[in-house]
Write a protein that binds this ligand. Structure first.
Ligand code: SF4
Length: 474
């Protein structure tokens, strides 16, 4: 399941015709949207909170070197170990080595997009180490051998019937149809996995530079078990997850929970500073923080797109995106989907691997309107589109360049423009349908008409109508 070239156009077309998926997408994203809207309306100064969160992330990202060193020093002071990973391979290697040194046979994992990004499960399996996802959604997609399709609801694309069949086939149990029965099955299996695991691997929602604390928010309690029961805890954290001060947390926890699920607070919020102390009765004996770059420094170097690193992974932009809501997460080809996937995947993986993604947006700005850190998606998307066009893969063909030059010549010459306008009505007639649209143009224009409406050119030009109506076009 390694990263391959993104095939947004083909995959989204399949998704659009998948009826159960369409139903699931509408149901779940509507539920999240309604909850988020209500939760944000209940906070009188919501927009100011978002602006403040953006300012703090901006300050952090602009001074990331300083805060990363501070974090490293504070984690070490608390008894933890810090590892720096320049890419996915190095991060996986570091974590597998920690497991080998600790004689680890079995690993439990809590939900973490960073571990999905580096495909850590494959590395554990290659090393002969058993690994189990403990977030229910992640457990489902691990059994199915799939990628998450939503940042906070990884199995959003699965119906309860799908899950019932999957559990029965993979776990050798009878078919259960009620969600609570399926949850009970998973809970019973996972409980014993927690108790037998030698290592717990988590991500982090935030890493606080001034205290060396990592903060994990969740609703199932599995992350708390993952980080406290096994004797070794490893947290894989992207370098952009920092916030400078402990006091900043109250703001970020407020905007994160409301933006993600509409909750005032997530059910469990864990604050982890180093391994267990000598006075603690339980907790992990070792705490390792692995700081992951994997392309983030490249994003940091770009003034135009740097704000992509402000993301706190709440998922609100996905739930509100008219494109995501139709095509689902797998169309984006990698672990990050929706608007954040459209801007972060091409930057992390290279624009040549995902040239379609910056165009997977109508630029309506719904994502920007709900983002708790106010990422200016349309601006970043346009910048990335420019990069795609300038790169080899996105360069326009001779036909397109000729067409654009011809169009420019025409609009620069009034008399030619008038004649072309008139002629285009007659030229289009072979393709004009009764519905007032051009139904099926020949290739390559069929790429447009196969998927979208193409209104036919009107018989009367705008100028003629304007003249006839003496300025009233109505
Ligand atoms: S980009 Fe903004 S809205 Fe989207 S997941 Fe990140 S923080 Fe949430």
């Amino acid at each position: 399941m390694g990263f391959e070239e993104v095939r947004f156009e083909q995959d989204s077309e399949k998704a659009i015709h998948n009826k159960p998926l369409q139903k699931a997408l509408v149901n779940v994203t509507n539920r999240f949207r309604t909850a988020r809207n209500k939760a944000s309306e209940d906070v009188p100064n919501w927009d100011n909170l978002r602006a403040a969160a953006r300012e703090i992330k901006k300050e952090t990202i602009e001074n990331l070197d300083k805060y990363l060193l501070m974090l490293e020093e504070r984690v070490k002071r608390a008894g933890g170990k810090v590892h720096w990973a320049k890419d996915a391979e190095e991060a996986s290697q570091i974590i597998v080595n920690i497991a080998r040194e600790g004689n680890v046979k079995s690993v439990v994992k809590s939900k973490s997009m960073a571990t999905e990004e580096i495909e850590l499960n494959n590395s554990f399996e290659d090393a002969g180490i058993k690994v189990i996802e403990t977030d229910l959604g992640e457990y489902i997609i691990q059994l199915a051998g799939e990628r998450p399709s939503h940042i906070i609801a990884p199995a959003i694309h699965k119906t309860k019937e799908d899950i019932s069949k999957l559990f029965s086939a993979k776990l050798g149990i009878p078919r259960y149809d009620k969600p609570e029965e399926l949850t009970k099955v998973a809970r019973e299996i996972l409980r014993s996995e927690f108790l037998n695991a030698d290592m717990g691997v988590s991500g982090a929602n935030f890493a606080v530079a001034e205290t060396g604390t990592i903060v994990i928010v969740e609703n199932e309690g599995n992350a708390r078990l993952t980080t406290t029961v096994p004797k070794i805890h490893v947290a894989l954290v992207g370098i952009e997850k920092l916030i400078p001060r402990y006091e900043d947390l109250s703001l970020f926890l407020t905007v994160l929970a409301r933006s993600a699920t509409g909750q005032k607070s997530s059910t469990y919020v864990s604050f982890i500073t180093g391994p267990k102390r000598s006075t603690d009765i339980d907790g992990p004996e070792e705490f390792h923080l692995v700081l992951l770059d994997n392309g983030r420094s490249k994003i940091l170097a770009s003034e135009e797109t740097r704000e992509s690193l402000y993301c706190i992974r709440c998922g609100a932009c996905l739930n509100n995106c008219p494109v995501y809501r139709k095509v689902g997460g797998h169309s984006y080809g990698w672990v990050y989907s929706g608007p954040i996937g459209a801007i972060i995947t091409p930057q992390l993986m290279g624009i040549d691997k995902a040239p379609e993604l910056p165009f997977a947006s109508s630029l309506c700005g719904a994502c920007k309107d709900v983002c708790p850190v106010k990422i200016d998606f349309p601006k970043v998307l346009l910048e990335l589109r420019k990069n795609v066009v300038e790169s080899k893969k996105g360069s326009t063909g001779i036909g397109e360049r000729f067409g654009i030059r011809l169009w420019r010549f025409t609009v620069e010459h009034e008399s030619i423009y008038k004649i072309t306008n008139k002629l285009s009505y007659y030229f289009q007639l072979p393709w004009k349908g009764r519905n007032g649209k051009l139904n099926s143009l020949p290739y390559p224009f069929s790429r447009w008409t196969d998927q979208r409406d193409f209104p036919a050119v009107a018989k009367k030009t705008f100028r003629e109508r304007w003249k006839n109506n003496k300025g009233e076009t109505g």
